[in-house]
Design a protein around this ligand. Structure first.
Ligand code: HEC
Ligand code: HEC
Length: 192
């Protein structure tokens, strides 16, 4: 074999083991319709995910795969319906890892949304007492290895926090007033 032939062979190996698509291409093809460009969602009831840690994304995806979390059906612009569960069925472990690495490399871009400053201040107190040991820095950083809360869409957060009641997500003994204040804190993205 010529030197050039060997070089081409060496270059072909990564493509052979990972399939033809990069994490970015996979994410753009499979996740972007719902989660937006680089994981910044344009749709208030779909969470942004760009900037979450790799661990958080894989862990959250596992919770759908294991059935701990039920995926909502989304109607796309072209009228077709889809949900996370179906999407994930088509992906291998390796592909999940590739999209997780891609989204973890993006910057978290908080959504600028109106919020109530007084309630947000109250929310910050509740957060530091009850939530801060896991959701670090007001839930604003990837290092917590959890979903980022600060600057997430209000509609989506309100739904998730509502789910605390019906047992589909972690339950904490929060009053409605506490929940309302926490929601304003996260929606304010720390700007209150
Ligand atoms: C059909 C729309 C749709 C597609 C496609 C989709 N998702 Fe989602 N995803 C959602 C919705 C809606 C939620 C939140 C509500 C729920 O649980 O259904 C969600 C939640 C998530 C979460 C949890 C976010 C959080 O804050 O807890 C992660 C992580 C995620 N998706 C990753 C992905 C990845 C990676 C892909 C591509 C492989 C993808 N999703 C494809 C609609 C979609
Ligand atoms: C012992 C650690 C811990 C504490 C304390 C904690 N959480 Fe969480 N929280 C988690 C884990 C684990 C998840 C599920 C994984 C994830 O969503 O990243 C989660 C998920 C969430 C979610 C869903 C986010 C999403 O988009 O998926 C919200 C909202 C949330 N927590 C709010 C709170 C609030 C508010 C408090 C305080 C009252 C709190 N958490 C206290 C560990 C904790």
């Amino acid at each position: 074999m010529t030197a050039r032939g060997l070089l081409l062979l060496a270059m072909a190996v990564p493509f052979a083991t990972h399939g033809a698509e990069t994490g970015e291409e996979l994410a753009e093809r499979v996740c972007r319709d719902c989660h937006g460009e680089r994981g910044r969602s344009d749709t208030p009831d779909i969470p942004s995910i760009g900037g979450f840690s790799e661990f958080a994304i894989i862990d959250l995806i596992e919770s759908y795969r294991l059935g701990f979390r039920e995926a909502r059906t989304v109607t796309l612009e072209d009228g077709t319906e889809n949900d996370m569960g179906k999407v994930l069925e088509s992906l291998s472990e390796e592909e999940v890892e590739m999209v997780a690495v891609y989204y973890a490399a993006q910057d978290w871009q908080p959504h600028a949304q109106p919020s109530d400053a007084d309630l947000a201040r109250r929310g910050a107190q509740v957060h530091s007492r009850k939530c801060a040991k896991c959701h670090l820095k007001g839930g604003s950083v990837a290092e917590s290895d959890l979903a980022i809360l600060s600057g997430q869409w209000r509609d989506y957060l309100a739904t998730e926090m509502g789910n605390f009641d019906n047992g589909t997500r972690r339950n904490d003994t929060l009053s409605d007033a506490d929940k309302e204040a926490l929601l304003e804190l996260y929606v304010s993205a720390g700007d209150y």
